[in-house]
Structure formats: structure tokens, C-alpha cells
Design a binder for this molecule. Structure first.
Ligand code: STX
Length: 312
């Protein structure tokens, strides 16, 4: 089984203003002369971590990572103004141009798979390959599964805590109820809702619960951006206009080599979506990990992801 490459520090970090509101944090690690790869993090609102650099051989790759609008070290923290899928796609182009990179490989998991696909379908000529994990197409059925009914049947204990901040009368539409609270002008209301929203995902993201990871999801600063930005994107249906936008436009990336890695027991992003994507995109390679959930750091998922980046 492949495991993480050694810890590395970035050789370059910078701030990139991308709109009157937002400035992004961007970093480069690995080999400055290496093959460019852009790492697309999850959430939306999750931010990058030092371990995200470790899915790539640092001798081979020029690894580019950035915090998407409103999260991690990007500013303003938790802002949902001027923050849509298409803003983030445009930001990736801004980063590519700023670094004078012609084409790059794109690596993303969970929401990172959503954004990577949206980017590739808009700018296929810039994309050399896609490595996608924990496929999330942001369709109504996926939002409903995780935030209304489905995953609730497998984690009823964690689900009760997710319901707790919402009165019974509003539980028929939890996305709406959470959206209202996460955009409230009362910081106490926002804070409680953000923690409950984020904990639900933290508690369901690994096949075997991981106390350290759950603690990270509960963190006040992290959960504020993560919950507000996720809920904003999901409430607006990912800004896709059509439920099936990513699948309908798959022909635009059909020729690009793609590896899909998916945990069989992924709760936030059930394997159905990886299957639907693979069926719509026969040239893609799908690897279902029999003993894994959602997280990129689970052993089988990590093994498949590093095997994939080594093979490219
Ligand atoms: N939301 C799942 C997602 O993108 C659809 C995601 N889950 N956890 C993460 O992202 C982080 C580990 C990046 C926080």
C-alpha cells in the first residue's frame, strides 16, 4: 500500500487578489521545474492542509495549492459574497495565467471533484489529466441524501445532533432552515448552526470514526467558513442552472485521461455518483475501494490516489 510522501514546505507562497472582495492564498511545493498539478480542495469551504502536498512525488511534480474564496488563509474568511462555482473556475484560470502555466494536471476530491470537473468542462484545452476522488456532482438527489433523508438512516445518532438546532416545524426542509441560520445577523445563531452542520460531515466522513478529524471539523473558525460556504453553494444548486450540468457536458472532457477513486461506503458522496460519472464517461478509469468511506486519508483511498499520481 502506498502512503504519503514525506512532509514538505512550499517553495513559494503568495496572495492573489481576484475580485473587489476576495484575495486568495496560493502556494507551490515540490519541484519548481516539475510537471504542474493543481490541487482542488473540498467543501466548498474546506481549505488546504499541509498533508495535501503529500499525494505527489515532490521530485516529479510542481504542486500548486490554493484556498478557495472565503476559506483557509484566503480573505475575507467565510465570505459568501461574489462566491460561486464560476468565480472559482475563473480563479483557477487566474492562478494558471499568473504562474505562466500552459497546461496542468487537475487533482480534486469531493467538492474538489465537482470544481475540477466544472473547470475541465469549461477549459478542457488546459487540462492534461484528472484524478478525482469521492465524486460529488451536486445534484438534487445527492443534497437530499446527505441533508434530508438517506445518510440519516445510517448515522441516526449523529443525525439527531444535526437536527438539534432546527425546530420540528422547519425540519421538512433542512437546507432552507440551515441557510437561514448560517446567514443570520446573530453571530450566536450562526456559530451554533455552523458547528452542527460541520460536525455532521466530520462524523460521517470516514468508515472508521476518527476523533482527531471530528475535532477539526468542530473548530469554530473552520466550521464558520465550511458551513456557510457549503450551505450557500448547495442552497444555490452549485450555480449550475441545471441539475445534470456536469454529466450533460461530459463530452467536453471525454478525451482527457481520468482516474476516479471512490470509497464504497462514502456517506457524504455515495458511490452512485462515481458510477453515473463513469458510465457517462467510458474512457475514465474507476477504482472502487471496498473498505473505505469518504476521506482522502483512508488507507485504500490514499494508496489508489498516490498510485494514480505516480502513474501519470
Ligand atoms: N462536501 C464534502 C467535501 O467536499 C460535499 C468535503 N468533505 N470534507 C472536506 O471536504 C474537507 C476534508 C476538505 C474538509
Amino acid at each position: 500500500m502506498r502512503t504519503f510522501y514525506p512532509t514538505i514546505e512550499p517553495f513559494d507562497t503568495f496572495s492573489l487578489p481576484v475580485s473587489p472582495v476576495h484575495t486568495l492564498y496560493v502556494e507551490q511545493a515540490g519541484n519548481p521545474e516539475g510537471i504542474p498539478v493543481i490541487f482542488v480542495h473540498g467543501g466548498p469551504g474546506g481549505g488546504i492542509e499541509a498533508n495535501h502536498r503529500r499525494y505527489f512525488d515532490p521530485k516529479k511534480w510542481r504542486i500548486i495549492l490554493f484556498d478557495q474564496r472565503g476559506c483557509g488563509k484566503s480573505t475575507p474568511h467565510g465570505s459568501i459574497a461574489e462566491n460561486t462555482t464560476w468565480d472559482l473556475v475563473a480563479d483557477m484560470e487566474r492562478i494558471r495565467q499568473k504562474l505562466t502555466i500552459k497546461t496542468w494536471h487537475v487533482f480534486g476530491g469531493s467538492w474538489g471533484s465537482t470544481l475540477a470537473l466544472a473547470y475541465a468542462e469549461k477549459h478542457p484545452e488546459c487540462v492534461k489529466s484528472l484524478v478525482l476522488r469521492g465524486i460529488f456532482l451536486l445534484r438534487k438527489q445527492e443534497i437530499n441524501w446527505f441533508y434530508q433523508y438517506g445518510a440519516s438512516e445510517i448515522y441516526p445518532d449523529a443525525w439527531d445532533d444535526f437536527l438539534a438546532p432546527i425546530p420540528k416545524a422547519e425540519q421538512g426542509n433542512l437546507l432552507e432552515a440551515y441557510h437561514q441560520r448560517l446567514t443570520s445577523s446573530d453571530p450566536v445563531v450562526v456559530k451554533a448552526a455552523a458547528k452542527a452542520w460541520s460536525m455532521w460531515e466530520g462524523r460521517t466522513s470516514k468508515l472508521i470514526p476518527d476523533a482527531k478529524m471530528i475535532e477539526n471539523f468542530a473548530d469554530e473558525t473552520f466550521s464558520y467558513a465550511f458551513a456557510r460556504i457549503e450551505c450557500h453553494y448547495f442552497y444555490h444548486k452549485g450555480f449550475f442552472g441545471e441539475d445534470d450540468w456536469l454529466l450533460k457536458n461530459i463530452n467536453r472532457v471525454a478525451h482527457i485521461p481520468a482516474i476516479i477513486v471512490q470509497g464504497r461506503y462514502d456517506m457524504p458522496c455515495p458511490v452512485r455518483s462515481a458510477w453515473d460519472l463513469h458510465r457517462a464517461w467510458p474512457q475514465s478509469q474507476l477504482k472502487i475501494i471496498a473498505n473505505a468511506g469518504h476521506s482522502a486519508s483512508e488507507a485504500g483511498i490514499m494508496d489508489a490516489l498516490i498510485t494514480a499520481t505516480d502513474a501519470l
